[in-house]
Design a binder for this molecule. Structure first.
Ligand SMILES: [Zn+2]
Length: 461
């Protein structure tokens, strides 16, 4: 009989892994309607597991994308942690590229292969097994825990957004804990302390009232494709500098502490990025290190240009219209709304004669910065130190996680982002995997995090 939560967790490693395999076997692909029954099965699986260990849980929100909500609130006077995870997964196609079938998970070389193993079923279960390890040994948790496990992360997240809006009282907590990310490398834990935001747009360019022959009208006809090329190349030069007036005004520089932590990472940043990507020479702002450029500097990219003729052979058309998808990753303290306004003005000013430009916002999210002086970040750092022998590297993530902003805006809560995946987990791709040791370490670190966070004074988040 194990007497401490940690030794209980270690004694149950095999069963935990087998249960994860069971959960990964359920093809809970949220975006495909034919998997709706699997969505309900996966939600019920989690609901049952929580209820079994003494966390009172229910499914809520939506028939098609059920949200699992559970709570254990028997630690009066102690802080409350709101644990977020998601059980829905990306489609597994193309199936022929998987070594073993995506929903018949298999352990090979210390990794569990299967769709959702890392994103985010394996990571979600670390918190549930941390809770079990406490409840089956001490009979209680060191603090109050609320679980909010969504089934629509990979396809919009409208259900959780509405749930958070409608149940802000019930979701009251002192901090949010999210494990839906990755460590820097094996044995190198990471704390995400900032997330870039995004402004995703579409530019439509219109010229003549209909397509024209370039032999007849070339020289007088305005060309929407040329115009888009001009606009796009005017917005950002080969040096990575964005020319939109006022764009950098509210960009916050990174603190020396954080910069030092990044430079202490045991990698050559240039070589590291080259190896991960196959890039021959890194682009962008030379005055900033690659990690600064990826995590803490704004950028602008074109995702696609449509219009004119792209078939085989030649067609001498001057198209009447063309469109481009352009997005900007933005950083603290830029605001999506302001950036879009500055961008729109700059684009419209660049319109060549005879070209009418229309600029539309597709979606926007503000960047998030997690204050580092919180007692919960300190608790997470202690937990990482005890588990991995080193504190978490305070990285900023290049991507955005909208739920972090929702918890901040609707509940006033900051998030502790401790991810247990690895950069090469093949998220959203064939052969997704989760390193089994990371699964176990994630459980240990969560057990320790709650223990340390229990000593945090309430409302100091
Ligand atoms: Zn995820």
């Amino acid at each position: 009989m194990s007497d401490s939560p940690l030794s209980y967790a270690h004694d149950n490693h095999d069963r935990f892994l087998n249960e994860l395999i069971e959960l990964v076997s359920i093809p809970s692909v949220s975006t495909l309607p034919e998997h709706r029954p699997d969505m309900r099965r996966a939600a019920r699986w989690l609901e049952d597991r929580l209820n079994d260990i003494g966390v009172s849980a229910e499914t809520a929100g939506s028939e098609d994308y059920p949200l699992v909500y559970g709570e254990w609130l028997k630690a009066p006077g102690k802080p409350t942690v709101l644990v977020y995870g998601h059980y829905d997964v990306q489609p597994a196609e193309p199936l022929e590229l998987w070594t073993t079938p995506p929903f018949q998970p298999q352990v090979r070389n210390g990794n569990l292969y299967g769709r959702g193993s890392s994103d985010d079923k394996g990571q979600t279960l670390t918190s549930i097994y941390a809770a079990e390890s406490y409840l089956r040994t001490a009979g209680s948790l060191p603090l109050n825990v609320k679980f909010i496990l969504e089934g629509q992360e990979e396809s919009g997240g409208a259900v959780i957004k509405e749930f958070v809006q409608q149940h802000s009282d019930r979701l009251k907590a002192d901090t949010v804990q999210i494990s839906d990310g990755h460590m820097f490398g094996p044995g190198i834990p990471t704390l995400d302390v900032g997330l870039r935001g995004i402004v995703y747009t579409e530019i439509q360019a219109r010229g003549a009232s209909h397509d024209l022959h370039s032999g007849l009208y070339g020289g007088v006809a305005p060309n929407p494709l040329n115009a888009l090329a001009w606009v796009i190349s005017s917005l950002k030069g080969p040096d990575g500098h964005i020319t939109i007036p006022g764009f950098y005004d509210s960009v916050q520089s990174v603190s020396d502490d954080v910069l030092q932590a990044w430079s202490r990472l045991p990698v050559d940043q240039v070589e590291f990025v080259k190896e991960e990507t196959g890039i021959s020479e890194l682009a962008g702002e030379k005055d900033y290190t690659p990690f600064q450029r990826m995590w803490a500097r704004p950028t602008l990219d074109v995702h696609g240009i449509a219009g004119g003729f792209v078939g085989e052979g030649a067609k001498t058309v001057i198209p009447a219209e063309a469109t481009a998808k352009v997005s900007m990753r933005i950083v603290p303290d830029q605001k999506a709304e302001d950036v879009f306004r500055q961008y729109r003005e700059a684009v419209l000013k660049l319109a060549p004669p005879g070209i009418e430009l229309e600029v539309r916002l597709i979606h926007g999210d503000d960047p998030v910065l997690v204050p580092q002086d919180s007692s919960y970040i300190a608790a997470a750092q202690q937990a990482m130190q005890a588990t991995f022998g080193r504190p978490g590297v305070p990285v900023r993530s290049g991507g955005s996680i909208p739920i972090v902003g929702i918890f901040k805006d609707q509940l006033g809560l900051n998030s502790v982002l401790m991810g247990w995946g690895l950069p090469d987990d093949n998220l959203h791709a064939p052969n997704e995997k989760f390193r089994v040791q990371n699964f176990y370490d994630g459980i240990d670190a969560t057990i320790r995090f709650w223990d340390m966070a229990a000593g945090s004074t309430r409302a100091s988040a």
